[in-house]
Design a protein. Structure first.
Length: 229
């Protein structure tokens, strides 16, 4: 998906503080992650960017748009939800359960977290995991347990936070997810699209949290069209 986007656009991906190749202590709130991202964008000398946020990244993107609206041109929010969204505070429980399921069945937990247990979902999960190993250079270090715990704490706080007025975000926003997301329940995606005044919604059938990876060819096409308008 990133390669498809990079064929037309300059793409900058980065690791949050204390995650992967980035040093420091990992942040324990979405707001702090957003402030870090704003600092990063400005340090690169960028005046305005398109933001692509997947899952927790979509929550960070919402905060960036609220904190620094002039820094954002367009946003893409995939597999994510608003502050206080239904079921988001339970992400840690779902994650730990599926990590255990993965250990007991000798499978990657993402097979359970990102894809439904239907024949097409299981097949899509296996294909996704194969694609993840294609890139051989410049790969990140695996996430540390402390960083994972910090992220899950941030997600719990986000899920317990009072809802905010998303009508303040007037940027064009493309919102996408699968119709069977277990991590960030799919009703949150529909809620986001309803509350954002300038949004477009894509819901993929028989798919979950990793829908944009499962249907990457279709999604990249729609994403490029959205950014070009």
């Amino acid at each position: 998906m990133i390669d498809g986007l990079a064929a037309r656009h300059r793409v900058i991906t980065f690791d949050n503080r204390g995650v992967g190749a980035s040093t420091g202590a990992p942040a324990t709130s979405i707001e702090q992650m957003a402030r870090d991202a704003i600092t990063f964008i400005k340090a690169m000398g960028l005046d305005q960017v398109d933001l692509f946020g997947f899952s927790m990244g979509g929550m960070i993107a919402q905060e960036i748009a609220l904190m620094e609206p002039d820094l954002v041109r367009k946003m893409v929010l995939a597999g994510t939800g608003p502050a206080g969204g239904e079921g988001i505070s339970a992400v840690a429980r779902v994650t730990y359960i599926d990590m255990l399921r993965g250990l007991l069945t000798f499978q990657d937990a993402k097979q359970f977290l990102f894809f439904p247990r239907t024949p097409s979902g299981v097949r899509a999960g296996k294909e996704f995991l194969q694609r993840l190993s294609e890139r051989s250079d410049g790969r990140d270090r695996p996430i540390a347990i402390a960083a994972l715990q910090a992220q899950l704490k941030a997600l719990r706080r986000w899920g317990e936070k009072k809802p905010v007025d998303l009508s303040q975000i007037h940027h064009p926003v493309l919102v996408a997810n699968g119709d069977s997301d277990r991590m960030v329940p799919s009703q949150n995606t529909r809620d986001l699209a309803r509350r954002l005044p300038n949004s477009e919604l894509i819901m993929y059938p028989d798919s979950g949290h990793g829908a944009v990876f499962q249907f990457y060819a279709d999604f990249v096409s729609k994403l490029l069209q959205f950014l070009a308008r």
